[in-house]
Design a protein around this ligand. Structure first.
Ligand SMILES: [Zn+2]
Length: 447
């Protein structure tokens, strides 16, 4: 199986952020990592492999090098990606009864989706439900394998100008069709919500009246594929950012670094600003680093010294030049599919790269023989932001923003380069395996 095919398998196992975290956990367990609950005491040893989870949607895993305990020897080699993607969330009262005998779903945008890419395609529902079980409430993962909804377009004949401009209303047009009741009949109020929750309950293997809460999202069921005359393209839902989650996880699990603590992070809620208890702005990363340091016998002083000698690679996909709109990109700082990993810079620091982190990462790539591309926004365009500058709020370290080039970012079906999957794995492995000695912002020694 090629790396691109492996990526697609990963994407299919990750229909929601909760499934992404569960799939990452499964792979970590398989590789022998020990789970550390945030509510238990931690016992971390040199040479050990561990992970923790917050909200069942963010994961931080770490490997302690055999020779990195003791005051002054601690440092972190970090990579971060995100587990979520733009979609639509099902509201607490999920059903819309009518008009006529139609049943529809009531949804709200999660993140900045390209709305039209959600029309006329089979949609599943995935996420978690909270279930009452006697005196407990318990979480259950849910993902329908069959289509359960579809957002139908309005016929061309009823909107003749549609090809000149299409601006659907999220409240009116983006209500997925779910069911049809008896012919001609007005259905009883609340029947669509009941039918939907019964369907979800069947998937979860519980009675509908035991579901007390849910975080459920629409999923594009269109199958991922590798395609092109040379199989040079890979297309799938949520390549932003599952491509980076997959490649950094693969690099992390396989890499060896006896002199550092290597850290893998996959955060939820990047697409809605990261400001949740489990997002990149939360204390999750700093809490994890502080607790593992303390467990290794490091003082608060040692921990701060460790941060000063650490580096983060923030991994989130980059905008590749679109074939129909090359004018939308900076003339020199632009990237292409299959051209190698992209280093992103922005003067406003929405990307966390600076000369120091740029140079260190470039040197690592050069030594590993991985091609590198540079990206900056066209100067009159506002780009996105990502994880690095946010996670730096709680645990401030040298940081570089990188990603794989891709087309159609925030479409429900995105496209990237098949070769870039391997480039990313090699680049991110090389970073994890570097014995990096940082001397403030003056210099760094790579070994
Ligand atoms: Zn992203």
């Amino acid at each position: 199986m090629t790396s691109a095919e492996e990526l697609l398998e990963f994407v299919q196992a990750c229909p929601s952020m909760f499934h992404t975290a569960a799939e990452i956990r499964r792979r970590l367990e398989e590789a022998g990592f020990a789970f550390l609950s945030e509510s238990d005491p931690w016992d971390v040893r040199p040479g050990g492999c561990y992970y923790t989870v917050r909200n069942n949607s963010s994961v931080v895993a770490f490997k302690v090098g055999a020779h990195c305990s003791g005051p002054g020897n601690l440092r972190f080699m970090l990579e971060a990606s995100h587990s979520d993607a733009p979609t639509f969330k099902i509201k607490a009262v999920p059903g819309i009864d009518g008009p006529e005998n139609y049943g529809r779903l009531s949804v709200e945008a999660y993140g900045g989706a390209i709305d039209y890419t959600w029309f006329d395609r089979p949609l599943a529902v995935a996420g978690r439900v909270m279930v009452r079980n006697g005196s407990r409430v318990e979480s259950r993962l849910v993902a329908t394998s069959e289509p359960v909804a579809l957002i139908p377009s309005l016929a061309l004949h009823l909107q003749r100008g549609v090809n000149e401009g299409f601006a659907p209303s999220r409240a009116i047009d983006l209500c997925p069709l779910f069911s049809q009741g008896s012919a001609g009949g007005q259905e009883e109020q609340g029947s669509v919500s009941r039918a939907f929750l019964e369907l979800v309950a069947r998937e979860a293997g519980v009675d509908a009246d035991r579901i007390l809460g849910h975080d459920l999202y629409l999923v594009n069921l269109q199958a991922p594929c590798v395609w092109g005359p040379a199989r040079e393209f890979v297309s799938a839902p949520k390549l932003d950012d599952l491509m980076c989650a997959f490649t950094s996880l693969k690099a992390f699990v396989a890499s060896e670094n006896a002199r550092s603590v290597t850290v893998f992070c996959c955060f939820d809620n990047e697409e809605v600003g990261s400001g949740t208890k489990q997002g990149a702005k939360s204390t999750l990363l700093a809490d994890t680093l502080q607790r593992l340091s303390a467990s290794l016998g490091a003082s608060a002083e040692d921990y701060r010294r460790a941060l000063a000698k650490s580096m983060l690679v923030s991994c989130d996909n980059a905008q590749a030049v679109h074939p129909a709109h090359p004018e939308k990109y900076d003339a020199g700082n632009r990237c292409l599919l299959n051209g190698g990993i992209v280093v992103k810079e922005a003067a406003n620091q929405h990307y966390c790269t600076d000369a120091f982190s740029h140079a260190v990462f470039a040197a690592i790539l050069d030594d590993a023989g991985v091609p590198r591309q540079e990206f900056a926004n066209r100067s009159d365009m506002q780009g996105g932001s990502t994880l690095g500058n946010l996670s730096n709020i709680q645990a401030s370290v040298h940081a570089v923003d990188v990603g794989c080039p891709q087309l159609a970012m925030h479409s429900s079906y995105e496209t990237a380069g098949a070769l870039d999957v391997d480039f990313a794995i090699r680049a991110l492995s090389a970073f994890y395996e570097t014995d990096l000695r940082i001397e403030g912002a003056d210099a760094a020694e790579l070994a």
